[in-house]
Write a protein that binds this ligand. Structure first.
Ligand SMILES: [Zn+2]
Ligand SMILES: [Zn+2]
Length: 336
């Protein structure tokens, strides 16, 4: 079959690749749609961890062709949770499957979904409702991660929430924050087309940091700073800024994926004095079925996103558009 194989930094090509044999409990999936995200860009550039050679693609859904289990039948459509926990380490036994010491992910360590077919352990497959749109299948994973982020951010009714970064994740977070009861949501994003989309998706203000003093605007609008700041850009500058933009007693969440090894200076006295809560949010523990429910109900609109669909051979263009922010989401449809 054809698959997009990552071999080493900057060596990433569509090649012929054989599938691993189907074992008991495995499903053979014909991939309908697989999203490309910032993590894929980081992996290809060598700034994010992975286990090459490996087929990339961790945001995907498809139709079962063959099942080494009785729990699924051929013809069923499923979305795939890429994160495979060992279920026996200290963290797994505490229910913290995302912190598993042996966590491996489809599309990062195990062959993933930017391919015509993928072999998936049945534990990772979630049945999709009838009529679930093909493109939405590529959003189940990112929305599941954002739901974990919203849970961790502990937004309360009436909160004023600031989101730094209006890419796919920022635009999903914006909608989830509104749904969680935020009174006002501010979104900071330098690209105009993403700001316009943010406003259509319910942002109260979409701020261009190139022309507006974000700090002055947020303090004018709130008087005290944001109750919750969610960093979705994965940049040092916005990560550092987030600590300044939160109010005393506020919460700062680092959600955006920064490059490995990048750092910024922090003044502990400010964290102490402002009594800030700083939280991380990593992947999607137990949020996958909630993500399907959110997408099926239409309370998060991914249909309004600018989507760019590519066949497998268009994977480089898909990656470039994602890297340069020219699309909200590049989606690979391997059967095209
Ligand atoms: Zn992703
Ligand atoms: Zn484990």
């Amino acid at each position: 079959m054809k698959a997009a194989l990552f071999e080493k930094p900057n060596v990433f090509n569509v090649v012929q690749r054989s599938l691993r044999p189907l074992r008991d409990g495995d499903l053979l999936l014909k991939v309908e749609a697989c999203g490309v995200c910032g993590t894929d860009v980081h992996i290809v550039e060598g700034t994010s961890r992975s286990s090459p050679p490996v087929v990339l693609g961790h945001e995907f859904a498809g139709t079962i062709q063959d099942a080494g289990t009785t729990h699924f039948v051929p013809g069923q459509r499923v979305a795939v949770d890429p994160n495979v926990a060992c279920r026996r380490c200290f963290y797994c036994r505490r229910g913290l499957v995302h912190l598993c010491e042996n966590l491996r992910a489809l599309g990062v360590d195990i062959d993933g979904g930017i391919a015509e077919y993928c072999v998936v352990p049945e534990s990772q497959a979630y049945t999709l409702p009838k009529d679930f749109p093909v493109h939405a299948g590529a959003f189940v994973e990112p929305v599941s991660c954002a739901i974990h982020g919203i849970d961790r951010a502990n937004i309360r009714a009436g909160d004023k929430v600031l989101i730094l970064g209006g890419g796919t994740i920022g635009l999903i977070m914006l909608q989830l924050a509104k749904n969680a009861g935020a009174a006002r949501v501010f979104l900071v994003e330098p690209l105009g087309h993403k700001r316009e989309l943010a406003l259509r998706l319910g942002a109260d203000e979409a701020i261009d940091p190139k022309v507006t003093d974000v700090h002055a605007l947020i303090f004018d609008a709130t008087g005290v700073g944001a109750d919750v700041v969610i960093e979705c850009a994965g940049r040092m500058q916005t990560a550092q800024q987030s600590l300044e933009l939160a109010r005393r007693g506020g919460t700062v969440e680092f959600f955006g994926v920064c490059s490995l090894g990048e750092t910024f200076p922090i003044e502990p006295n400010k964290v102490y004095f402002k009594e800030l809560t700083i939280v991380g949010s990593y992947v999607n523990p137990h949020t996958f079925s909630r993500s399907i429910a959110v997408l099926a109900s239409g309370t998060v609109h991914v249909d309004k996103f600018q989507l760019d669909r590519f066949p497998l051979d268009g994977v480089h263009e898909a990656l470039t558009m994602q890297r340069e922010g020219k699309t909200i989401k590049s989606i690979i449809e391997p059967q095209r």
